[in-house]
Each structure stands twice: as structure tokens, then as C-alpha cells.
Design a binder for this molecule. Structure first.
Ligand code: F6P
Length: 321
């Protein structure tokens, strides 16, 4: 017998991502329309444990679809792995009579949702992260906007590299997922991309640069995924082995901000509605995803066991161009 839910909470947790607000908007509006009361849990699991929980009305989410960041605030709370800490969170939810929660974030956020589900609070995860590192969805909310921000930034970097006949090494985010590096490299004609420690080949990179120079090329952009090779090491290698005077740019948190792209907004709205529908059907401990037109729900445990994505579809193109 499915327990009838009356009140739901929504939270955003982990690194913010453009489009999280569009998900919050869809969850709140669809839940209200379905006869539920909705509460916003501020600053993710941290706000949950601290009891910072506020009612959300129709108007509270007006005009937020186009805004970057998350109106709910976000945080990382590693202590949430601790059952005693989670118990405090459960008590806060019970105090507000909240029956179920939609948790927007990455795999850490999903695990928090799974554990709460096991403690009797049904949760559904919605993939919100720029990293695109969640295999139970083709794209995560925020990835497309972030990719476009990187592309726009690298286009600007290319202008100055071109004017000064320089090599500029650009570090992009992505945690341990190479998608942002590989796709931005393809979109920006980068001369070389370092997307993993294992595949980095210093000699190959130098050979590519030298061959390009022989063809008359004078400007170079090398994209490097964070947590692979330090950009300063690559700079040193190029300086010592070529006649170039390379510079480094770490794009940093500019990649996480900004107005979400239309793609991210649409994805977020679709997934937000789907998450609420799953809670209404009595589901728990699952996460939502989209593959093309299809929406899918996957057990969080299974989702976290799926092989990490490796940009399989686009990776071969890097070598061909
Ligand atoms: O997960 C999103 C992300 O931006 C990663 O790409 C990056 O490694 C990390 O968060 C940075 O985290 P913080 O903002 O805590 O430095």
C-alpha cells in the first residue's frame, strides 16, 4: 500500500549548476498543481540538518528559470554519510511533516537521497552538475551551459593567442569526467586535449605542435581536464622543447555560473516534473535521467555502479582532426 504523500521538500546540493533553478521551478509548480505542499530546504543537506526549511509558493519560483546558480543555496556536507547526522535531518523533516524529498545534485547528493529513503523518507535524485559524470542520464543539468561558457571563453583566448602567435594552455573543470574537455576541444579547434593522465603523451603533443608549426600554424590552444596534468607542467614542457612562450589559464568557477542554456532549462523542467510524478507513484531511492526523448528512472545504487561515462561517442573524433 503506497503511503499518500502530502508535503515534499526540494534541495540542491554539491556544486551549483545552471538549470538547477529551472528544476526547482518545475518541481514546485508541478507539485503544487498535483495538490502537494512544497518546502525548500536551504543549502542542501547542511540546511536540512540545521532545520532551515521554508515553504515555497507558486510566486516564489516565478522568473527563476532563466537564473544561474540555485535560489535554494547549496553546500557540501561530507558528514551526511554519518547515520547520526542523517537522523537529525530525518527529525527535521518529520517536524515539518515532509513526506518525501527531491534531491538535485551529483552522485554524492544521490547517496544522501538513497540513505534518507532507507530511513523512511522517499527521495528521488535529479542530475544537476556541470560535470556530466552521471551515467544514468545522457546529459546532466548544467553541462550544456558550462560547455558553452568554456567555448565562448576559449574563443576569446584564441583571439589573443592568434594575435600574439602564442600557445595558451586552458584548464577546464569536470571533476574526473573528460566530457567538458573533449567536447570543448572539438568545438574550439584546440590543437591538443589532455583528458586523462593515462592517455597524456608528452611526445605526441610536442609532435603535433611541431607538425602544425611546419604547416605555418602560429597559435595553439591546448585544453586540459582538471585533475590530469598540472597546466604549469605542460607549459614547462612546451617552453623547453619548442620556440613558443606558452601561457596558462585556469577557467575556474566562471564555468559554473551564468544563465542556463535553453537545452538545460528544458532538460531540467522535464526531469523535475518526472521526479515529482515518481514520488506520487510511491517510488523511492531512484534517480531520473533523459536519453533523447526518453525519461528513465534508475535505482540510485545501480546508477552509481554503472561504468563512468568517457565521452565514447565523441572521443574518436579528437584523434581524427
Ligand atoms: O562538481 C562541480 C565542480 O565544479 C567540479 O567540476 C569541480 O572539480 C568542483 O566542483 C569544484 O568544487 P569547489 O567549488 O568546491 O571548489
Amino acid at each position: 500500500m503506497v503511503k499518500q504523500i502530502k508535503k515534499i521538500g526540494v534541495l540542491t546540493s554539491g556544486g551549483d549548476a545552471p538549470g538547477m533553478n529551472a528544476a526547482v521551478y518545475a518541481i514546485v509548480r508541478h507539485a503544487l498543481k498535483s495538490g502537494l505542499e512544497v518546502y525548500g530546504i536551504l543549502d542542501g543537506y547542511k540546511g536540512l540538518v540545521e532545520g532551515r526549511i521554508v515553504p515555497l509558493s507558486y510566486n516564489d519560483v516565478s522568473g527563476i528559470v532563466s537564473r544561474g546558480g540555485t535560489i535554494l543555496g547549496t553546500a557540501r556536507l561530507p558528514e551526511f554519510v554519518d547515520a547520526e547526522v542523517r537522523e537529525v535531518g530525518v527529525k527535521q523533516l518529520k517536524k515539518h511533516d515532509i513526506d518525501a524529498v527531491v534531491c538535485i545534485g551529483g552522485d554524492g547528493t544521490y547517496m544522501g537521497g538513497l540513505r534518507l529513503s532507507e530511513m523512511g523518507i522517499p527521495c528521488i535524485g535529479v542530475p544537476g552538475t556541470i560535470d556530466n559524470d552521471i551515467p544514468s542520464t545522457e546529459f546532466t543539468i548544467g553541462f550544456d551551459t558550462c560547455l558553452n561558457t568554456i567555448v565562448e571563453s576559449v574563443d576569446r583566448i584564441r583571439d589573443t593567442a592568434n594575435s600574439h602567435h602564442r600557445c595558451i594552455i586552458v584548464e577546464v573543470m569536470g571533476r574526473f569526467c573528460p566530457d567538458l574537455a573533449i567536447r570543448s576541444s572539438l568545438a574550439c579547434e584546440s590543437e591538443y586535449v589532455v583528458y586523462s593522465k593515462d592517455t597524456y603523451d608528452e611526445q605526441e603533443m610536442l609532435r603535433v605542435i611541431k607538425e602544425d608549426q611546419e604547416k605555418g600554424k602560429k597559435d595553439f590552444v591546448i585544453i586540459v581536464a582538471e585533475h590530469t596534468i598540472p597546466v604549469q607542467d605542460i607549459q614547462k614542457t612546451i617552453k623547453e622543447n619548442t620556440d613558443l612562450d606558452p601561457r596558462c589559464t585556469i577557467l575556474g568557477h566562471v564555468q559554473r555560473g551564468g544563465r542556463p542554456s535553453a537545452f538545460d532549462r528544458v532538460l531540467a523542467v522535464r526531469l523535475g516534473i518526472f521526479a515529482v510524478d515518481l514520488l506520487l507513484q510511491g517510488e523511492a531511492g531512484k534517480c531520473v535521467g533523459a536519453f533523447g526523448e526518453d525519461l528513465v528512472a534508475t535505482e540510485i545504487l545501480k546508477a552509481n555502479e554503472l561504468p563512468k561515462k568517457q565521452a565514447q561517442d565523441v572521443k574518436p573524433c579528437v584523434k581524427k582532426i
